[in-house]
Design a protein around this ligand. Structure first.
Ligand SMILES: [Zn+2]
Length: 205
């Protein structure tokens, strides 16, 4: 989630919102105007940010395996190989999107500012496969990325159990602390200063 928000800063999405919808995404069309309330365009931006985050995380997973990024010793065994690391990492991602499963309504594709969660969790899998293949040159990338399916089954099982107990997850809402909001505001205000520092996490440098 942190990498996702970084993408909104370094890819100029925040500038786009604050500068009357002048889109800086497509460098070949610097004057391209898109209303900032255009849902389809905003969903595209969210998917770009997801892609950035996935790449950043996969790079971390790679460094953990190489021993060049520290990990809590209690969790180390989960990160010994790609299959296990990805299953472990995908578990909270799928859970997060699944918690918002009630947003998987077809009409929201045309109106919401975020893509429907089912689409996002599916595209995470596709992006993992793409990055493993093209950036990490892993021959068995397909089999490895499919190992995330095991995490999906685990989560679906847990959701079944919650439903069997007659609980309803629909009223679940975000709640942001004042501290988090003020941190986000600072980051956004200083986006021009921090943008270049965050760029090293980007799949496109
Ligand atoms: Zn976003």
């Amino acid at each position: 989630m942190v990498f996702h928000e970084y993408a909104h800063i370094i890819d100029g999405h925040i500038d786009y919102y604050t500068n009357k919808g002048i889109c800086k995404l497509f460098e070949v069309q610097p004057e391209y105007h898109v209303p900032s309330y255009d849902p389809i365009f905003r969903q595209t931006i969210e998917l770009l940010a997801d892609d950035f985050a996935i790449f950043g995380c996969i790079r971390f997973l790679h460094h953990i395996q190489l021993g060049t990024f520290p990990v809590n010793p209690l969790l180390k065994s989960y990160f010994n190989d790609w299959k296990s690391a990805l299953q472990f990492w995908y578990l909270p991602i799928y859970t997060f999107f699944r918690l918002f499963g009630h947003c998987n309504q077809p009409y929201l594709v045309k109106t919401a500012y975020h893509p429907i969660p089912a689409m996002r969790s599916y595209l995470v899998l596709e992006s993992i496969d793409y990055f493993l293949d093209s950036d990490f040159n892993i021959p068995e990338h397909e089999e490895i990325s499919m190992s995330c399916i095991a995490s999906m089954f685990k989560i679906e099982d847990a959701f079944d159990k919650v439903s069997e107990q007659g609980r309803d997850l629909k009223p679940l809402k975000y709640s942001l602390t004042d501290e988090a909001i003020s941190y986000a505001k600072t980051l956004i205000d200083k986006r021009n200063d921090v943008g270049s520092l965050l760029k090293k996490y980007s799949p496109v440098n």
